[in-house]
Design a binder for this molecule. Sequence first.
Ligand code: GDP
Ligand code: MN
Ligand code: MN
Length: 252
Amino acid sequence: MNATVFAVENIPLIKQGDDIALVLSEQTELREHDIVVISSTIVSKSEGRIVPMDSVKATQQAKIIAKRNDNDPRFVQAVLDESAEILLESPFLLVRTKHGSICVNAGIDHSNVEGSDNILLLPEDPDASALKIKDSIFKYTGKKVSVVITDTNGRAFRIGQTGAAIGIAGIKATRDWRGTRDLFGRVLEVKNEAIVDEIAGFANILMGEGNGGMPIVIIRGFNLYHDSYGIKELFRPEKEDVIRRALKAQSI
Ligand code: GDP
Ligand code: MN
Ligand code: MN
């Protein structure tokens, strides 16, 4: 088995209204069933998800949390506005976004955003963003590709951040091994591999976190194309999530 992975060179600074599929198709020749991994930062920028902190009005709740967490009340307010549920308020805000993913600060970023007072929200519906980019790539190139939109996330239990998938199209979130056999004929009962997170993690090594300017990575020669979209099967239902329940019980 042999796959190629490369970051696409010469992607400009992305602005609101930019067509990422077009920029990408002009910079590199895509092939059928390429896996196109895109940092959420540029998807958000293209969708105009930059918010000047000055435009955010902090509520009393935001002010209280901000004081406790030593944060800017306007930033806290922006996080609350993007959240459907708060799992942990302090020492940092761990929330479920309206799209359903659980992350610190609703994935709101300061880094790699123009303007010192600007913050960048995640795409409103990252699955819809991935599908739109996938369809546009097909329109421009005639190629069917998988699209994985990523963000850098921290993890529970482990130090350090890794890439994680937040929106997908043209690929299934998991590769299910259950019911297949191991080397010794035993039937696998549990393994359901979260392949889109694995892809995001590897692509993130090429993207980096700083000023590299490499927001798009292509994985070639490894066909995981599937005519579906949506990452929600990765979101553990609350009633099966003992850790989430424990967190909530503790914060009451
Ligand atoms: P996130 O993980 O999606 O939050 O994005 P990061 O801020 O970690 O950036 C990932 C990569 O994209 C890094 O190599 C950045 O330098 C690069 N990047 C971010 N914004 C832009 C942009 O507008 N244009 C280009 N060319 N690269 C960008
Ligand atoms: Mn980010
Ligand atoms: Mn990152």
